[in-house]
Design a protein around this ligand. Structure first.
Ligand SMILES: *Cc1c(COP(=O)(O)O)cnc(C)c1O
Length: 358
């Protein structure tokens, strides 16, 4: 049976990418062995790394004064590395708290200095993104941190705040899903396992001057400058993960880049929200209309029993990963770049049938 994958992360990768990786698995570029078995210092791997870099730079239109680096430890490690490197003495670190991942980033920052939460939707169970135009980070803050898409609560920034201090964004669950003006940010980071490749790896796009902010007590391996100055090759990087990022970014380019990707994502999300809104209250999305995520669509059913039944029947119908995050319950469909329109049509169809039957 064909399976449709709506996992939140690790998540579906494009079928073409998985097939290409399989084809090249044991014999990469006629070298007689797999890319996983090559030295990270060999020109064969260096070419892979450089291709991933060039692809990301081209796709996201990353300006010259930014570096792109690969750091193990996923997004959670960035929760610690950002404040460890970027906190300036006497200057607060400011945050918008829009969900679980923001809260985790805040918790780590508190270990390194004063933290101010300048916008939050916590009181309303994170059902919206506070108006970005009303977020006013201080000009002299160490940095201002946002989470562009809230994977668990199904909310997403539709526009970004104005910010004079460096703006830092956790884009783990919506990087490369739409065009973004990178020059508005000081640092962008993303765990790879939603839109870019396998878990365990973070892609970090950092303005060169910020990479040089190095308090003396930061260990070498945790300094951004160690990665920018060595093209991510100070230590042995997660080579297979970087290789997968090079394939996924090749694929994004093949699709026609972020304008096309965004149009596809909008179409998928609209279909799903339309199905929820047309269900006469059977399916209920708790998110404020102007904050709805195009990556993670969440909804409730009339009872938790029905939700459990929905998940059970969806699995039997070949759909994976629709159970909501364990902390909030309900249903969640993650529809990242790799999820096809066909997959969403299948899901919408299933939702209709389920509603009629129950
Ligand atoms: C998944 C996710 C994380 C955590 O990523 P790890 O790689 O597990 O550390 C952090 N932030 C956001 C927005 C996420 O979606």
């Amino acid at each position: 049976m064909k399976v449709y994958n709506f996992n939140a992360g690790p998540a579906m990768l494009p079928a073409a990418v998985m097939e290409r990786a399989q084809k090249e698995f044991c014999n990469y570029a006629d070298s007689g062995c797999g890319i996983m078995e090559h030295s990270h210092r060999h020109k064969i791997f260096e070419a892979v790394l450089n291709r991933a870099n060039e692809n990301i730079r081209e796709i996201m239109n990353v300006p010259e004064n930014y570096d792109i680096v690969y750091i193990q430890g996923g997004a959670s490690m960035q929760f610690a590395m950002v404040p460890m490197n970027l906190a300036l003495p006497g200057k607060p670190m400011e945050f918008a708290d829009t969900g679980t991942w923001s809260s985790k980033a805040i918790k780590e920052a508190k270990l390194f200095g004063e933290v101010k939460v300048i916008a939050s939707s916590k009181e309303d169970k994170y059902t919206y993104i506070p108006d970005p135009a009303s977020m006013h980070p201080s000009d002299d803050a160490s940095f201002f941190h946002i989470t562009s898409n809230n994977t668990i609560f199904g909310t997403q920034y539709q526009s970004f705040p104005e910010c004079k201090c460096p703006m830092v964004a956790d884009m783990s669950s919506d990087i490369m899903s739409r065009p973004v003006d990178v020059s508005k940010f000081g640092l962008i980071y993303a765990g790879a396992q939603k839109n870019l490749g396998p878990a365990g790896l973070a892609v970090v796009i950092i303005r060169k001057d910020l990479a040089e902010r190095n308090p003396a007590n930061v260990p070498t391996i945790l300094r951004y400058s160690t990665y920018t100055q060595n093209n991510s090759l100070y230590n042995t990087p997660p080579t297979f993960g970087i290789y997968m990022v090079s394939l996924v970014t090749d694929w994004v380019k093949d699709q026609g880049g972020l304008t096309v990707i965004e149009a596809n994502n909008s179409k998928k999300a609209e279909m799903l929200y339309a199905a929820i809104d047309a269900s006469e209250g059977f399916y209920r999305n708790p998110v404020k209309a102007d904050s709805r995520s195009k990556m993670n669509v969440i909804w409730r059913l009339p009872t938790e029993e029905l939700e459990a039944e929905f998940v059970k029947e969806s699995v039997a119908a070949g759909m994976l990963g629709l159970k909501g995050h364990r902390s909030v319950g309900g249903i969640r469909a993650s529809i990242y770049n790799a999820v096809t329109l066909e997959g969403v049509e299948k899901l919408v169809d299933f939702m209709e049938k389920f509603r009629k039957n129950h």
